[in-house]
Design a binder for this molecule. Structure first.
Ligand SMILES: Nc1ncnc2c1ncn2[C@@H]1O[C@H](COP(=O)(O)OP(=O)(O)OP(=O)(O)O)[C@@H](O)[C@H]1O
Length: 615
């Protein structure tokens, strides 16, 4: 059996499992949608056969009665045909959406059933997971609006043309048609747009659903899903949150009986009146047989405004377009003054900046949508070309300092200057090229090694010598050159011939990326927990070379490891949004404050656990 037919048959077989009642509704409406046009054609043929006799016999005759009966039957069949289309479209859409949910649940269960995680690294399985990820729950594809346009416009234009023909029969009848259907269509499109808006309002809920689904499909969570045994919990949560999220949309889609009754009643009455008038005119002998055929056809296709999937998608799928198009405008309106500053006002960043110092001058900061200040009136001078270590408890604001320095956020008070110039006036892109920052949660790109390192300075990404130099400095060159495809090896087992690295190897790759940026001209090197994943020997090796690595650079080091921190020329302790202590390792130990306490705590732990001091 051809593959297509097989897949369709499988879909048909699975539909009753997805929704029995809806499958029946769809089946019956499909049959009706097929049979009704044939019935209309047959009845029209019978009418044409009877009409001559009816005209001859005149009003009140048996033939006239048959002709009238046939005309009324045609009218009823046309209206029934029109009514079947929306029922068919709605049940198909709902069933289709339910099939998407059903398939997602099946895959979530299947992917999480094996006790191991090796299958998640199989490229073929990843290909299938990708398909499941694409099964949107809100079905907003603006392209559907465009796809619907040809059918919808052709329907409307065809109906309009037919109405023009009806003007020649009875002008006022034509006028009624001209007003009635567009009114109904307008109401319907308004309802479709409302359903779209309802779906849009569910975006947050749907994001939650998609998060649960992707959690169950992603490699990183796979280990914990098995260790904690939360597969069933996840699938159940997906199912419940899916139904909760989709509920209001389904409710909005449910036809409102009064509206349906009023609009279909009006259209039915209009059809009955029109067909009746036509019958009356024909029987009275006021219409040539040819004219009757023309008006009859015009009447049938005047109903072509119709309803159906395309008509639904026209408004429904377009709902997000104005929102997406105005996004940039809204973001600009919400931007801070610094973010809005026209590029012409931004100053060029000198190639050797910072040559003197970076200063935090009375900097205050709280994150957007948070009232809690992370920094308050924070002052700090970072001398250019020196190394500074920042220590402090979890949540003290160390990473935040770096984010502000990199221009990822703007201070809510005070300012940061680079060699005296306010950071907010510097060209942000040029400044970011001067800063090579390796964050704690650095990215592990599922890309070839050359890209994983080259992304530190994309403009030099082709320079293999420069990349090799960076990799050599952090001791990862050997690892790279031993990979099956060397620099072209993809760092993910989810791709054919891809490999995964250990946590420490990944950290070295990320370090190499930062050093590659330095090779390309960055002057500030920020390392946030750069050795957290390295073993003690690897860390010691790296720091043996630390002076070489950072020579001439302004280096900012954030770490909880005092063996790392103590090598910096200057150390500050951040506490309560302020610099609490400031000095060299020896000075801070002598001070006997927070730093000394933390250092002694860690060193003591190492003494007792390892039998050797940490530093
Ligand atoms: N994007 C954010 N939105 C809101 N609050 C945030 C955000 N990022 C961090 N915070 C909050 O800001 C505070 C400082 O966080 P930061 O990451 O700078 O601390 P840290 O000193 O680097 O901590 P750690 O040692 O744990 O890495 C914390 O209370 C944190 O919860």
């Amino acid at each position: 059996m051809p593959e297509t037919a097989r897949s369709i048959l499988i879909v048909l077989r699975v539909l009753p499992k997805v929704g029995r009642a809806r499958t029946w509704t769809l089946g019956v409406s499909v049959v009706l949608a097929a049979v009704l046009p044939i019935a209309i054609a047959v009845t029209t043929g019978l009418l044409i056969g009877t009409i001559v006799d009816a005209v001859k016999a005149g009003p009140g005759s048996a033939a006239a009665g048959t002709a009238t009966g046939l005309l009324v039957a045609i009218g009823a069949l046309v209206v029934a045909e029109r009514a079947v289309v929306p029922v068919m479209a709605a049940s198909a859409a709902t069933l289709g959406r339910d099939l998407d949910r059903y398939l997602q649940e099946r895959v979530l269960t299947a992917v999480n059933r094996p006790g191991g995680v090796a299958h998640l690294e199989d490229p073929a399985i990843q290909d299938e997971i990708r398909i499941v990820r694409g099964l949107g729950m809100s079905a907003y594809r603006p392209s559907q609006t465009v796809e619907a346009l040809p059918t919808v416009l052709a329907n409307w234009l065809g109906a309009l043309g037919s109405v023009v023909v009806l003007f020649a029969f009875e002008w006022w009848l034509g006028l009624l048609w001209l007003i009635a259907w567009p009114l109904v269509v307008y109401r319907m499109q308004r309802d479709y747009a409302r359903i779209g808006e309802e779906g849009y309002k569910q975006s947050t809920e749907l994001r939650g659903v998609e998060y649960t689904r992707d959690l169950a499909l992603s490699g990183p969570a796979a280990k914990e899903i098995r260790v904690w045994g939360i597969k069933d919990w996840l699938v159940d949560r997906f199912d419940r949150s899916w139904r909760r999220a989709i509920g209001p949309v389904a409710a909005a889609r449910r036809p409102r009986p009064l509206v349906v009754l009023a609009s279909s009643g009006a259209i039915l009455a209009l059809n009955a009146a029109s067909f009746g008038l036509l019958a009356f005119a024909a029987i009275r002998g006021n219409l040539e047989i040819g004219a009757l055929a023309v008006f009859l056809n015009a009447l049938i296709s005047a109903n072509s405004y119709a309803v159906g999937d395309e008509h639904f998608y026209l408004s429904y799928a377009s709902v997000t377009v104005p929102k997406l198009l105005s996004l940039e405008e809204r973001l600009t309106a919400n931007a801070t003054e610094g973010e809005r500053a026209p590029r012409a006002l931004t100053a060029v960043v000198a190639p050797d900046a910072p040559a003197k110092a970076i200063r935090f001058e009375g900097v205050s900061f709280h994150y957007p949508r948070s009232e809690r200040p992370v920094l308050e009136n924070f002052d700090l001078e970072i001398a250019a070309g020196r190394s500074l270590a920042i220590v402090g408890e979890n949540g003290a604001g160390k990473t935040t300092l770096v984010k502000l320095l990199s221009g990822l956020y703007e201070p809510t008070g005070g300012r940061i200057t680079v060699d005296g110039a306010a950071l907010s006036t510097l060209d942000p892109q040029q400044w970011r090229r001067r800063v090579a920052a390796l964050f704690q949660d650095f990215s592990r790109y599922h890309l070839p090694v050359r890209d994983n390192i080259g992304l530190g300075a994309p403009e030099h990404a082709g320079d293999l010598d420069m990349m090799r130099a960076a990799a050599e400095k952090v001791g990862v060159l050997d690892v790279i050159e031993a990979l099956p495809h060397g620099w072209d090896t993809v760092l993910s087992r989810e791709y054919e011939n891809g490999v995964d690295l250990s946590g420490g190897q990944w950290q070295r790759i990320a370090l190499a990326r930062a050093l590659f940026a330095v090779e390309a001209g960055a002057r500030v090197l920020v390392l946030d927990e750069p050795t957290a994943a390295l073993d003690v020997r690897a860390e010691a090796d790296l720091y043996e070379r630390f002076i070489d690595l950072t020579e001439g650079l302004t280096t900012i080091l954030i770490s909880h490891r005092f063996s790392t921190v103590r090598r910096a020329e200057r150390i500050i302790v951040v506490r309560d949004g302020q610099v609490a202590e400031d000095g060299t390792h020896e000075e801070l130990l002598a001070l006997g404050g927070r730093y000394a306490h933390m250092f002694n705590l860690q060193a003591g732990r190492f003494h007792t656990r390892e039998g050797a001091p940490d530093a």
